[in-house]
Design a protein around this ligand. Structure first.
Ligand code: F6P
Length: 358
């Protein structure tokens, strides 16, 4: 009997259940009744605390379109994994002990960046780990695409579309703050799809005067409104020069609730006009996965099951040039996939007249 533990960790996203279903169906297809799947509750928390249950085959049906994760999730920071806590809990030892106690042959981990650092740590500690790349941020190194990203692009684009109609009616400047943590993929794609006039990304530090000039240029051309898609991780040119420590200190001092509010205040001072800010926040990772993510998550799930059948562990399933391929966890862990400022998508956006504040 093959025993497989599965967990979802970190911020949730659309397509987690589709991916879980993909892994399960792939395993049942390969091993039939000779596989038992253990659902580990709330990500690494369940593995640390020993909370898991056997999930029957029927429970993996009917979840393809369901948002969230049937397994629950939590954030367990990687930097604390090796730190023994106040109750003397050695988290890494606990995770290894539960893996052994549950007699697992493999652990399947669905997660983003932090999750992959811990997945790699567990693999180095001798556990058989296979992972799937999930996140609306699309910032995992080694894969062209993560599942969840396209669904979030759809939702962020929908917000921009709606803002467009009200901005047009009132002739206002609007800022929409888009998620994505420290990278700008989501803002770039939704910004282009939603017809934003200015896109501010962490990878292209903005100059506030140049950003203001983009809006003034539009006004001179007779445009009554402007829409700015601002990544939640956007930074100014001055901030880009700071060390990590200085940047943290400067942001801790910031009075504005978030970056879009700060840009809005700075632009308001320069333009002398009313500006509105919209922050859709966690809405962007809620609800059903779009069709693209259902397919991608299913392909990743099937790919992970195949790797388990081949006993090929210590890998993340990735999408590269349209193919599902394994990438060693050691190569993925700790690396961010940033938007290259000179990539074709940014270039095309610039050719459309979209400003980047640079
Ligand atoms: O990594 C996914 C993500 O949604 C980011 O885009 C965002 O910065 C972060 O998670 C929000 O985290 P939390 O759910 O802990 O508020």
């Amino acid at each position: 009997m093959l025993r497989v533990g599965i967990l979802t960790s970190g911020g949730d996203c659309q397509g987690l259940n589709a991916a879980i279903r993909g892994v399960a169906k792939g395993l049942y297809g390969e091993f039939g009744k000779d596989v038992e799947i253990l659902g580990i509750q709330d990500g690494y928390r369940g593995l640390i605390e020993g909370e898991a249950r056997s999930i029957g085959q029927e429970e993996f049906s009917g979840i393809l379109t369901l948002g969230g994760t049937i397994l629950g999730t939590s954030r367990q920071p990687f930097k604390l994994m090796r730190v023994v806590d106040e109750n003397s809990v050695d988290k890494v030892k606990q995770m290894k002990d539960h893996y052994k106690k549950w007699k697992l042959d493999c652990l399947v981990v669905l997660g983003g960046n932090g999750t992959h650092k811990t997945a790699n740590l567990l693999s180095e500690e001798g556990l058989n780990v296979v992972s799937l790349p999930k996140t609306i941020d699309n910032d995992l190194w080694g894969t062209d695409m993560t599942f969840g990203f396209q669904s979030a692009v759809e939702l962020a684009t929908y917000v921009l579309d709606c803002i467009h109609t009200t901005a047009t009616s009132h002739g206002r400047v609007f800022l929409v703050e888009i998620m994505g943590h420290k990278v700008g993929w989501l803002t770039l794609h939704a910004g282009i799809a939603g017809g934003a006039d200015v896109i501010l990304l962490p990878e292209i530090p903005y100059d506030i005067d140049k950003t203001a000039r983009c809006i003034q240029r539009r006004e001179r051309a007779g445009k009554r409104f402007s829409i700015l898609a601002v990544a939640e991780g956007a930074i100014s040119r001055q901030e880009a020069k700071l060390s990590k420590k200085e940047f943290k200190a400067a942001r801790a001092e910031m009075k504005d609730p978030s970056i879009a509010y700060r840009v809005s205040r700075e632009l308001g001072e320069k333009l002398g006009q009313e500006i509105r800010v919209t922050v859709p926040g966690h809405f962007q990772r809620g609800g059903s996965p779009c069709a693209y993510d259902r397919v991608l998550a299913t392909r990743f799930g099937a790919g992970a099951a195949r790797l388990i059948a081949e006993k090929k562990f210590g890998c993340m399933v990735a999408l590269q040039n349209g193919q599902i391929v394994p990438v060693p966890l050691s190569e993925v862990a700790g690396k961010l996939k940033l938007v290259p400022p000179d990539c074709g998508t940014v270039q095309a956006a610039k050719e459309m007249g979209i400003g980047f504040g640079d």
